[in-house]
Design a protein around this ligand. Structure first.
Ligand code: NAP
Length: 491
């Protein structure tokens, strides 16, 4: 596959440290591949702890001047970055599709979605406020300031190569922090292009640094930042086991942490729901990015009174989804990210069928001329809690339907997971809506809505889905600490 861009300069193949595009110190590189075909179409640096250390040096050196800049100046630079992202949106979408595999229409949507966080945090930069507290003792003034935490290390996954890193870098810069970033092995090119656009926007030297690393070298890079006392915050999106590792290892220097981790979202259709709206919501929430989304419904619970009707409507829609490569403008489901991902989906479906589930549509790999990493959009019925797909993220286009009888039972089952990222339910009973929304143990709840993420809203989970929030004013707070000033002798 050749990746042709209107702006060829976006295709970067080096690290960016202290305003220099540079190779890894050891000169090693790794290949970036098309997930559908496995074809290699670029190489980027395979960095190590020395490269990570040089990036942290640059970020630490840049921090005093960047954090001292007036907020409005920081905001203007971030807005210039935002304008450049929008000016290059078609190229950025092509890079996302090439390395991640999502259909171009979705990649275009991801660029706008990621850009919306950049714009939001540029605006929020000028609204960082502390407090003046009523004095408890005469002759004293008490003030609360908000200050940037310092150097931030951002580690991101492959499923949203632009949005995940944009919504970490933008609030960090807005708060006055400097950044060292490491994107996922599978999708380094989008992140490098974003950083190049930030450089073009005029970001000063050392404020934003990025190193790429292969899966084998990643622990070496991240361990260097974990051990570095100058790195004051880790912001991570990815799997729960890696999140727990970062929490353990950052304890040595007690860093601030934001962890956006895995989910196991329930999607509940009550007997009083508008079934067409519920099918629309499930299609949007489940099949976006081929089901490779942390907030994807992983378990679909349907009340027995509407079960058969709902499944029939759902299967009709799912059966019409068009599977194809990202370059096919009609594609709605692209390839999965790699062979391991397709193997996991296949294993989950086989396990479910062996334990009594029935395939209504899909349930098999799709072998295209383009490669073996496609899986057919699938609806299963008679799913049960003993199945692997009930307790692990499938991360693929599979909707397993569980039948339920009453509200108390479905709430208990929906909450019966260590994860707590997102939940969705459909109901037209206003009392039930408030009851269920409060009973669900998740950080986010979609009520008669399947697409809930927005830059103005706090995105994040509870339980083993992590802590910290991205987006909204809460997303900025995660990059600030609180300093209290007490001035006496004023009486
Ligand atoms: P992952 O394996 O945890 O990888 C995420 C990032 O961590 C990558 O940059 C990866 O680098 C790095 N990493 C891997 N092992 C590491 C280690 N030992 N030390 C330090 N860093 C390490 O997750 P993934 O498979 O890329 O992403 C899918 C997961 O992310 C799913 O569980 C999904 O639910 C979750 N996710 C959560 C959210 C959210 O907002 N809550 C959003 C999107 C995705 P390499 O690529 O080089 O291995």
């Amino acid at each position: 596959m050749s990746l042709t861009l209107a702006n060829a300069a976006l295709l970067r193949s080096q690290n960016f440290i202290n305003q220099q595009w540079c190779s890894a110190g050891q000169g090693r590189r790794f290949a970036v591949t098309n997930p559908a075909t496995g074809e290699v179409f670029a190489h980027v640096p395979d960095s190590d702890d020395d490269d990570a250390g040089r990036a942290a040096d640059a970020a630490a050196e840049a921090f005093p001047a960047w954090s001292a800049r007036p907020a409005r100046e920081r905001a203007q630079l971030i807005k210039r970055w935002h304008a450049r992202i929008l000016a290059n949106q078609e190229d950025l979408a092509r890079i996302i599709s090439a390395e991640q595999g999502k259909p171009l229409t979705e990649a275009r949507g991801e660029v706008l979605y990621g850009a919306s966080y950049v714009e939001w945090f540029a605006e929020e930069a000028t609204r960082i406020c502390g407090d003046i507290v009523a004095e408890a003792v005469p002759g004293r003034k008490l003030l609360v300031l908000k200050e940037p935490v310092g150097v931030v290390a951002a580690i991101t996954p492959w499923n949203f190569p632009l949005a995940m890193i944009a919504r970490k870098i933008a609030p960090a810069l807005a708060a006055g922090c400097t950044v060292v970033a490491k994107p996922a092995e599978d999708t380094p090119l989008t992140a490098l292009a974003l950083v190049w656009l930030a450089e073009q926007a005029g970001l000063p030297a050392g404020v934003l640094n990025i190193v790429t690393a292969s899966r084998g070298s990643t622990p070496n890079v991240v361990d260097a930042w974990l051990a570095d006392s100058r790195v004051r915050k880790i912001t991570f999106t990815g799997s729960t086991p890696v999140g727990k590792h970062l929490a353990r290892e950052s304890a040595g220097t007690l860093k601030k942490l934001s962890l956006e981790l895995g989910g196991n979202a329930p999607f509940i259709v009550f007997e009083d729901a508008d079934l067409d709206a519920a099918v629309d919501g499930l299609m949007a929430a489940k099949f976006r990015n081929g089901g490779q989304t942390c907030v994807c419904p992983n378990r679909v619970y349907v009340h027995e009174a509407v079960h058969d009707d709902f499944v029939q409507r759902l299967a009709r829609r799912v059966g019409l989804l068009h599977v194809g490569p990202a370059t096919d403008e009609n594609a709605q489901i692209g390839p999965m990210i790699n062979a391991r991902a397709v193997d996991k989906i296949e294993r989950h479906v086989e396990d479910a069928v062996a334990k009594g589930a029935r395939v209504v549509t899909g349930g098999r790999r799709v072998r295209t001329a383009d490669g073996p990493h496609y899986y057919a959009p699938t609806v299963l019925i008679d799913a049960s809690p003993s199945m692997a797909l009930s307790c692990e993220e499938t991360f693929g286009p599979v909707a397993p339907v569980f039948r339920f009888r009453d509200e108390a039972e479905v709430i208990r089952d929906a909450n019966d997971t260590p994860f707590g990222l997102a939940a969705y339910f459909y109901s037209n009973d206003v009392r039930r809506i408030w009851r269920v929304a409060q009973a669900l143990e998740t950080g986010m709840v979609g009520i008669n809505e399947g697409a809930i993420a927005a830059e103005v809203a706090p995105f994040g989970g509870v339980k083993e889905s992590g802590y910290g929030r991205e987006g909204s004013r809460h997303g900025l707070d995660d990059y600030l600490h609180t300093k209290y000033l007490c001035q006496g002798q004023l009486g």
